[in-house]
Design a protein around this ligand. Structure first.
Ligand SMILES: Cc1ncc(COP(=O)(O)O)c(C=O)c1O
Length: 380
């Protein structure tokens, strides 16, 4: 028998869609992918080269549990340069992806019954991390006509004496929403002595307006970030957690026992990503933006609702209620009948039921072909 905690974890539908899509591909069907949340670009050659050299140089042992000093420095330099702040590398802990950083953080923060305020729709993993570790997610529902933005008043109303943290994710998965500086500032003020957790993994993937970090507004914050999205390094498994100095020792103890350290040669690749040329990042961002404009236009023409233009990450959470209120059933139909894989909104909470998440991390030709198929199935 499994533990009760494990048995309560629901499937991650996007993985189910992907697995079914791959099975159909193996039997000869041509599938267009809008479900996967990972860049379609390869990792830049100079980043790969840094890993090859590290392996050749024998850098294949455990590193310091907090990460290579040069990488921690490069991460602090990146934040300091970009946001004009004063982050100390001692506040950075390098992890094997942002997901382990989330686990580490919630292990370090939560006591039984502690509440974590988060938006609904949310990134699918969040409530599972919180509940698994004995906490309780408290949802603040966001509205399509407000661009799925968290409103400070609604967050203020969700506070109770048990509130342990407020979790933000901007740019957001699944909505593509980017929080305004005014909203981030207001949320930091409302939170006061309660820490804010800011998942900034889509930072840099912003197509209108400016990028921000929570650290510009408060020091009482934890930042999660990584290399998966901006540097197209999903499979490398490299991320990091930034925390206030007083938490570092406890986080280090947890890291030493549960993870030991992040991959050694991957960390060398991370240094190359942050300190090397950035032209490839600019090109990827420009390409995502072209696709973003195209997909929004087409989805609207097909009949999906997009009340407010998503300007970050590479997702559109499209209102599909014109076609069905059951996003799981609709995504199954699109896959089986049209060979188009999309993620059902229900993966991201009941606030996204009746929505489909389209990822535009795919070529414009594939996006066109996929949307032609969607149009044919739903409208003709
Ligand atoms: C919002 C958000 N946070 C965290 C992650 C996990 O990323 P990683 O590959 O660094 O574990 C993802 C991945 O899709 C994500 O969308």
């Amino acid at each position: 028998m499994f533990s009760q905690k494990a048995a309560k974890i629901p499937p991650f539908y996007v993985m189910e869609v992907l697995e079914r899509a791959r099975e159909m591909e193996r039997s000869g069907r041509d599938i267009i992918h809008f479900e996967v949340g990972e860049p379609d670009f390869p990792t830049a050659p100079h980043i790969c080269e840094a890993a090859y050299s590290a392996i050749r140089a024998g850098e294949t042992k455990y590193t310091h549990s907090m990460g290579l000093p040069q990488l921690r420095q490069a991460i602090a330099d990146y934040y300091n340069r970009k946001f004009n702040i004063e982050l100390n590398p001692e506040q950075v802990i390098v992890t094997s992806g942002t997901s382990p950083a989330l686990l580490l953080l919630f292990m370090g923060l939560l006591n039984e019954g502690d509440e974590v305020i988060m938006s609904n729709p949310y990134y699918a993993g969040y409530p599972n991390f919180v509940e698994y570790l004995g906490g309780r997610p408290v949802y603040v529902y966001t509205r399509e006509d407000e661009g799925f933005s968290l409103t400070p008043d609604a967050v203020a109303r969700a506070f109770t004496p048990k509130t342990r943290a407020v979790l933000l994710n901007s740019p957001s998965n699944p909505t593509g929403h980017v929080m305004s500086p005014g909203t981030i500032r207001a949320l930091a003020e409302i939170a006061g002595s309660v820490p804010i957790i800011s998942d900034e993994i889509y930072q840099g993937l912003v197509y209108k307006g400016e990028d921000h970090t929570i650290l510009e507004y408060t020091d009482n914050a934890f930042v999660l970030n990584g290399f998966s999205k901006l540097y197209a390094m999903t499979g490398w498994r490299l991320g990091y957690l930034i925390a206030p100095p007083e938490y570092m020792r406890v986080l280090q103890n947890l890291q030493q026992h549960f993870f030991i350290c992040a991959n050694s040669f991957t960390q060398h690749a991370g240094i190359a990503a942050l300190e090397g040329p950035q032209e490839h990042v600019k090109e990827m961002v420009a390409t995502y933006d072209e696709r973003r404009k195209y997909i929004i236009e087409r989805l609207k023409k097909i009949g999906f609702g997009i009340a407010s233009e998503p300007v970050g990450a590479y997702y559109v959470l499209a209102n599909a209620k014109e076609f069905s209120n059951d996003s799981l059933e609709l995504s199954r139909r699109l896959l089986e009948e049209a060979g188009v894989a999309v993620t059902p909104g229900i993966d991201f909470g009941d606030g996204a039921q009746g929505y489909l998440r389209f990822s535009y991390a795919n070529s414009i030709e594939k996006i066109r072909e996929g949307l032609d198929r969607v149009d044919n199935l739903l409208n003709k």
